[in-house]
Design a protein around this ligand. Sequence first.
Ligand code: ZN
Length: 176
Amino acid sequence: MKPAPDAGSRKGRAWQVLAGVPDPEIPAVSVCELGIVRDVLEAEDGALQVVLTPTYSGCPATEMIERDVREALLRAGLGPVRTQMRRAPAWSTDWISEDGRRKLRDYGIAPPAACASASAQAAGGEVFVLRRDEAPACPRCASRHTAQIAGFGSTPCKALWRCLDCAEPFDYFKPF
Ligand SMILES: [Zn+2]
């Protein structure tokens, strides 16, 4: 039986390092908070194997994330390091953590609407009730009086919206 990784173990330290690796497109949020890092394993050959699920298959950020993850772990002396892409199940905006959603909002990006997940309900946790077809709230004034300006924002992952109350345009991280 394998012991659970504690903070002092190689895997535990790897998770701590990865929690400090920012997303290349949204540096306010870490790759862990976005749910990109799925698992950290120790391979039989002694390499640390980081399992990643990219947010969008077409996102050029994926290669940068692989590089940043490898470099951060090597700098922390946790090498050798390997990254492994896991594309199934596909990444979902539902994987963004509560901390990640709050940081997106603080950064001026409306976090994606999330479906009430069966696991969250089973755990008795807080369940998002915003439906996917509802307008996102303005990240600045929290008004729901918002309108989409363009289907694509600063990246294909986001749509450009405008708040009709404070007139500020903002990026909306599209749920999918
Ligand atoms: Zn507003």
